[in-house]
Design a protein around this ligand. Structure first.
Ligand code: SF4
Ligand code: SF4
Ligand code: SF4
Length: 328
């Protein structure tokens, strides 16, 4: 029984992941059809398998995550966007709303940006987004020391611009892309090429994942929920930290991980994409993705020794000390 408990504890994030994706799949199946169940269950299965493998082979964490990112990202883009013709980009939501239809864009927004962030923050960005995969593999490896800081005004302004553009195209152009497969396909190709080009060139002057950090409307939305995420980067052995700064240097989103370690707090930054590069970069295993801060070990010991000292001052017998201990 104890063995089972240890095992469940060890793989609990993988189990949570599979459970949550299965639930989302069941709801999507009831709303649409069984293909949605297989889609979400398949993503959950791949993600939880990679998490199990990471528990067994922690040094290969980034290899498993990047493999997962490529697998899920390319399957979604090649299979669902290019073959089935579903546009997942933000602007499609407003084409759809104008035509009163629900497609993958709205489902993606609800699942990846409004439901999953309560469990895993912006993890979609480090495990499933094909644009994110492109940026991750092509961004200049040498990080800029003065990256462009995120401006909420720019991020929300860009999101608003896309909303207005979406409705304008839907109502004023001869064909609403939501109602014509061929036109939609041109939007899928055009938007993805544009995002990749803009993102690539922005990253050269503004630093790694510049499009993600400064413009992408999806993360602008999920960043509102990410601070409430169950899973966060957690300093599980803050005492071991030598302030070497390797975690900060490794973070593609320029988050101050070291400060969180010093403050003995979980990384609460709304832009964290749970890529775990900070975890992999820490040679002393200070960091981990976890659901809460570990209980300080010394607490129990300190409590016990202060009790022992107090009892010895009071000159209590063993029975009296036991009775007092129960009361305290
Ligand atoms: S921020 Fe946007 S482009 Fe970047 S990985 Fe996330 S969803 Fe993809
Ligand atoms: S990499 Fe580890 S040891 Fe170095 S500063 Fe970060 S948490 Fe501390
Ligand atoms: S804090 Fe860690 S997990 Fe979050 S984005 Fe930075 S490197 Fe990735």
């Amino acid at each position: 029984m104890r063995h089972l408990h240890v095992l469940l504890n060890k793989y609990k994030i993988a189990i949570y992941t599979l459970f949550i994706f299965s639930m989302i799949g069941i709801v999507a199946m009831l709303y649409r059809d069984i293909r949605y169940f297989f889609l979400f269950f398949g993503i959950g299965l791949l993600d939880s398998t990679s998490r199990i493998l990471v528990v067994r082979y922690p040094k290969l964490l980034q290899f498993f995550r990047l493999t997962l990112l490529v697998l899920i990202g390319s399957s979604l883009f090649a299979g669902i966007c290019l073959i089935i013709g579903v546009n997942f980009q933000f602007i499609e939501i407003f084409f759809d709303l104008s035509a009163w239809v629900v497609t993958g864009a709205l489902i993606q927004l609800i699942v990846a940006r409004l439901i999953l962030p309560f469990f895993a923050g912006n993890a979609f960005c480090s495990r499933a987004c094909w644009n994110g995969a492109f940026f991750e593999f092509t961004n200049p490896m040498k990080k800029k020391t003065n990256p462009k800081k995120r401006s909420p005004l720019l991020a929300w302004g860009y999101l608003l611009f896309l909303v207005v553009l979406g409705f304008t195209v839907a109502f004023l152009s001869p064909v609403n892309p939501a109602e014509n497969q061929e036109v939609r396909m041109w939007w899928i190709i055009g938007e993805n090429i544009l995002i990749i080009f803009v993102g690539f060139f922005l990253s050269i002057s503004w630093g790694s994942r510049a499009y993600c950090r400064t413009l992408c409307p999806f993360i602008t939305i999920s960043s509102l929920i990410a601070p409430y995420s169950l899973l966060k980067i957690t300093p599980v052995a803050a005492d071991q930290c030598t302030s070497c700064n390797a975690c900060n240097k490794a973070c593609p989103m320029y988050i101050d991980v070291l400060q969180a370690v010093k403050d003995r707090k979980r990384v609460n930054d709304s832009m964290c994409i749970l890529c775990e590069r900070c975890v992999s970069s820490c040679k002393l295993n200070v960091l981990k993705v976890a659901t809460k801060m570990p209980k300080p070990h010394y607490d129990k010991e300190t409590k016990l020794s202060s009790k022992r000292i107090a009892f010895s001052y009071l000159n209590l017998s063993n029975d009296e000390a036991n009775a007092a201990n129960k009361l305290l």
